[in-house]
Design a protein around this ligand. Structure first.
Ligand code: DX5
Ligand code: ZN
Length: 228
């Protein structure tokens, strides 16, 4: 079970300090939401910011590209220090070449799917990826409510993983809090991106630990503890 705090929910006025906070938190990955103002109606940050943060952290940098033209961004993000680059299956016929290009850059390969998109679209690519990212909100903004209709998608990709004897991570992203983390874990997810629920707590370390335990034990009682 891997907890991946999303930097999008941090205070951009003190990014270096926020990365230090993540560094000390016990989280395994740092999730980096890259938004281009076109694929999603919001803009976040680019490779220069990631390169600036790289020397401050030993975490696995998980770059989630919500971008219409990831072709021009793969190399810059790999050079900036991303350990994994995720592109969206909604890019359709461009996906195979994008996945190949990511792999050729020597970083891990991720594929994301939005809530309204049929999960069957990821199936042809499962053998090529390290991580399947099931979006549990419509991408673009932090702080949205978890969409429960995405749970069967998590179950489906977990079944395919077993059937095909593959070992990609199943990552969930959007509206993950101390309650929904357990529901996603029960459905088969093993990487949990969380922004608002973690950074909103005074101690990121305690929040990450509680979320990890809630994912690990699938124990709803822990969720109640964490809310108060
Ligand atoms: C949404 C992003 C998420 C976001 C999650 O477009 O992909 O990674 O930061 O934020 P919370 O946990 O606040 O829903
Ligand atoms: Zn994300």
């Amino acid at each position: 079970m891997i907890i991946a705090p999303s930097l999008l929910a941090s205070n951009f006025g003190r990014l270096a300090k926020e990365v230090n906070r993540v560094e000390r938190s016990g989280a395994d990955w740092l999730h980096l939401d890259i938004m281009d103002g076109h694929f999603v109606p919001n803009i976040s940050f680019g490779p220069a910011v990631v390169a600036t943060l790289r020397p401050l952290s030993k975490k696995f940098f998980d770059a989630h590209l919500m971008c219409s033209k990831p072709e021009i961004l793969l190399e810059p993000f790999a050079k900036a220090g991303a350990n994994q680059i995720t592109v969206h299956v909604e890019l359709a016929e461009r996906v195979p070449q994008l996945l190949w290009k990511i792999k050729s850059l020597g970083v891990k390969v991720g594929l994301a799917v939005n809530p309204p998109t049929a999960i069957s679209l990821v199936k042809p690519h499962l053998g090529q990826i390290d991580t399947l990212l099931v979006m549990t909100v419509n991408p673009g903004f932090g702080g949205q409510s978890f969409i429960y209709e995405t749970l069967p998608k998590i179950q489906q990709v977990a079944v395919w993983r077993l059937e095909k004897n593959l070992n990609y991570h199943i990552e969930v992203d959007g509206g993950i809090d101390f309650k929904t983390v357990g529901e996603c874990a029960r459905a088969g997810a093993d990487v949990f991106v969380s922004g608002t629920a973690l950074f909103g707590k005074p101690s990121l370390k305690a929040a990450v630990n509680t979320m990890w335990r809630a994912a690990q034990n699938n124990d709803p009682a822990l969720a109640d503890l964490a809310v108060h």
